[in-house]
Design a protein around this ligand. Structure first.
Ligand code: CP
Length: 303
């Protein structure tokens, strides 16, 4: 087994505040570069491979945009069109792609721990682009960056994470990142979709959705993950929308100036009403735009 990659981003758990803030400082530089059309070409001559074993729109395209803006060559892989369909293992795949001279592998996989496993078998950097229900660090960093750019600081702010927390790698990664930056994280959603141990990890369970909405500076609405619902956690999608969906009526309970976030893709009319998704409080497309600059900062630090 080869030594563990030294500059990988696998999780936000354990990242220090100064590490996160340094990334944000670079993301700010990259955001300005993207706006002016004069990006820092920090990865000129390097190769970044996007290995997506699971579907993605925002994360894959955003990492590709980020790598190209930094001057890297980009290899794109989707499992369905690869030798994975002939039975090639994850380990063989990552080692073969690394052998083509890549500086960083950006990996999304449906198995929790896949990126960690890959990182133990290659010398290049590994960036976790989402592994099962475990972690999605670049999403959490871009979410926190979006709030940081809006507020100047997350200290003392309250972020409500609403919905299917049990299956959400976004919720877990955000909990670590947001609390590291000084925010309070509150969870609300169906009891069947609340994992044990959130309080031990620094979060708080809301006594009710209504109470949580009234105290939130931001509400991060999670996608109902149909593809990971195997054990009948929900009576029905319609019931979910009625009890936990962020409707216009519920959104009206938010404080003035509170923002509505969603990592995408949105199930319109399920976890988020269309008029809220497109309404004045939403920062959903700002999250996507910030994602490019944040992923540039991540690739610059890792590759
Ligand atoms: N937020 C997110 O991970 O979106 P994609 O699945 O489209 O990459």
């Amino acid at each position: 087994m080869k030594p563990r990659a030294r500059h990988s981003l696998l999780t936000t758990e354990g990242m220090s505040r100064s590490e996160v803030e340094s990334l944000f400082a670079r993301a700010r530089v990259h955001a300005r570069g993207l706006e002016s059309g004069r990006s820092v070409r920090a990865l000129e001559g390097k190769v970044v491979a996007n290995l997506f074993f699971e579907a993605s729109t925002r994360t894959r395209l955003s990492f590709e945009r980020a790598a190209k803006a930094l001057g890297a060559d980009v290899l794109n892989f989707t499992a369905q069109a690869s030798s994975v369909v002939k039975g090639e293992t994850l380990m063989d795949t990552v080692r073969n792609v690394e052998a083509m001279g890549v500086a960083a592998l950006v990996i999304r996989h449906s198995a929790s721990g896949a990126a960690h496993l890959a990182a133990r078998h290659v010398r290049c950097a590994v960036v976790n682009a989402g592994d099962g229900t475990h972690a999605h660090p670049s999403q959490a960093l871009l979410d926190a960056f979006t709030l940081h750019e809006r507020w100047g600081s997350l200290d003392g702010k309250t972020v409500l994470i609403l919905g299917d927390v049990l299956h959400s790698r976004v919720a877990r990664s955000n909990l670590f990142c947001l609390t590291t930056l000084g925010a309070h994280v509150v969870f609300a959603g169906p009891p069947t979709l609340m994992p044990a141990g959130l309080e031990e990890m620094g979060g708080r369970l809301a006594p009710s959705l209504e109470a949580a909405l009234a105290e939130a500076d931001a509400v991060m609405v999670l996608r109902v993950q149909g593809e990971r619902q195997t054990a009948g956690y929900l009576p029905s999608v319609r019931e979910y929308a009625r009890l936990y969906g962020l409707s216009a009526e519920r959104a009206a309970r938010l404080r003035p100036g509170a923002v509505v976030m969603h990592p995408g893709p949105v199930n319109r009319g399920v976890e988020l009403a269309p008029e809220v998704a497109d309404g004045p409080a939403n920062v959903i497309l700002a999250q996507v735009s910030h994602g490019v600059a944040v992923r540039m900062a991540i690739l610059e630090a890792c590759a």
